[in-house]
Design a protein around this ligand. Structure first.
Ligand code: C5P
Length: 423
């Protein structure tokens, strides 16, 4: 369906106006459709720089593309001077769309090979990257392509779904490139949604947000501790996404090797649950909302030995005592209009356990991830979540990169701020 037939279609299409887009074309029979996409982008008011591989030039002529884009087409075949453009181009663009993207180019992108201008621009690009795959059905279903696609999704590429039907080989099946109108809609939707998240438009803009993230380490003696495998990645992705939406963010971070990318995020480093609680008690009263993504230890050694514990006998017993429940403490202090969001990582009776935590800790919603879902949980780049609300409502999401999961969670939080409505 084309943009102007959708409700809101005109507004969505307007979001492409003035956008700087690199259109990368690789060597597939679908390359001729890139000319139609180019025409639609130009009509929508975008500035388009075409980039083609030498194989693409076998399928479509650079003169056609240069005429439609009113810019010289860049390709490997041309002078070496183009080669130096890859960094500049990567910084210039608001989006990079590769259409058609062959199995060969997708394989190169997934492993970071840069043996032509297009793949070099990909590695230098700071903008969002989109790809519309085009290949034969068996190539599309080959385990190597499946693996590359998974890797590219993890790396944050936005992949357009392929179409099903008759292929150039004469075979039937999946592998057709998305139609130019569909690609245009996809890009327009992306910029439209991004526009909604611009600081001036986000209900989170100017709000004070407190987050906890990472593990806690509970010392046993000067060299040992009880900890867990949390990487802090989900909480850090949330802190970055909040800063991009214009919120003032305080991130209370347990021992994690990762750091936020946004320099506006203020980080408070802590080690133990007790230190995390003290920082939270200091920051929560002034916060408009708090997101508790830390994997806080539930128990700590009852006694911390001042000296390294010596090896003695065949076994040893550790006496543990409970750590403070930060979430429950803040839940009791929560004032009207203040929001508290929690996480639940479960291995069994997922929904029932998460619902009980939602209630016990007085959360406004809880984000559930189950360790049973492959790709979800600790030390992965992806996550698969459900969001549970008081009452019986729930929303389930697909497996996504943690950065995208963060956007879903913040969209839900925005709804709370926007409408103050019962979800
Ligand atoms: O009870 P459980 O640890 O599974 O609850 C998970 C939620 O509670 C998470 O949001 C976690 O950050 C928070 N929590 C906390 N303090 C604790 C334990 C958990 O804030 N001591």
């Amino acid at each position: 369906m084309s943009s102007d037939k959708q409700p809101d279609g005109k507004k969505r299409l307007e979001s492409l106006h003035g956008k700087k887009i690199i259109l990368g074309i690789t060597g597939s029979i679908a390359a001729y459709k890139a000319a139609f996409l180019l025409r639609l982008l130009i009509k929508a008011g975008a500035e388009v720089q075409v980039l083609m591989t030498s194989a693409a030039a076998d399928f479509i002529g650079p003169v056609t593309l240069a005429t439609l884009s009113k810019r010289p087409v860049l390709s490997d075949i041309q002078s070496e001077a183009n080669w130096n453009n890859h960094v500049e181009l990567g910084l210039w663009a608001d989006a990079f769309i590769i259409a058609p993207a062959t199995a060969n180019t997708l394989a190169k992108l997934s492993s970071g090979i840069c043996d032509n201008l297009l793949t070099a621009v990909y590695l230098s690009a700071r903008c969002p990257v989109f790809a519309a795959p085009a290949m034969d059905v068996d190539m599309w279903h080959h385990p190597a392509t499946r693996r590359n696609i998974r890797q590219l999704q993890t790396d944050g590429i936005h992949l357009l779904p392929v179409g099903k039907g008759e292929l150039a080989s004469g075979l039937e099946g999946e592998g057709r490139m998305a139609e130019p109108e569909e690609i245009l809609d996809f890009l327009a939707d992306f910029f439209f949604a991004q526009g909604k998240h611009d600081p001036p438009h986000s209900p989170l803009s100017g709000k004070r947000l407190m987050l906890t993230a990472g593990p806690t380490y509970e010392p046993l003696d000067p060299v040992r501790f009880l900890g867990n495998r949390s990487s802090g990645k989900m909480g850090i992705a949330l802190a970055d996404a909040l800063a991009r939406r214009g919120a003032k963010v305080h991130l209370i971070l347990g021992p994690s090797a990762l750091r936020p990318k946004e320099n506006k995020v203020e980080v408070i480093h802590v080690k133990t649950a007790e230190e995390m609680l003290q920082a939270a008690l200091r920051l929560f009263p002034k916060a408009d909302a708090a997101i508790l993504a830390a994997a806080v230890a539930d128990y700590k050694p009852a006694r911390v030995s001042p000296e390294k514990i010596k090896k003695k006998g065949e076994s040893m017993t550790l006496q543990l005592e409970k750590t403070p429940d930060i979430a429950a403490t803040l839940g009791q202090q929560k004032r009207p209009g203040q929001y508290l969001i929690g996480f639940a990582l479960e291995t069994e009776n997922e929904k029932a356990n998460a619902r009980s935590k939602l209630q016990r800790k007085n959360f406004d919603f809880i984000v559930l991830n189950s360790l049973r879902d492959p790709g979800a949980g600790f030390q992965t780049d992806t996550n698969k979540i459900s969001i549970l609300f008081p009452g019986n409502k729930a929303r389930a999401y697909e497996l996504k990169a943690k950065e995208e999961v963060a956007e879903d969670i913040l969209d839900t939080l925005e709804e709370l701020f926007q409408n103050d409505k019962a979800l």
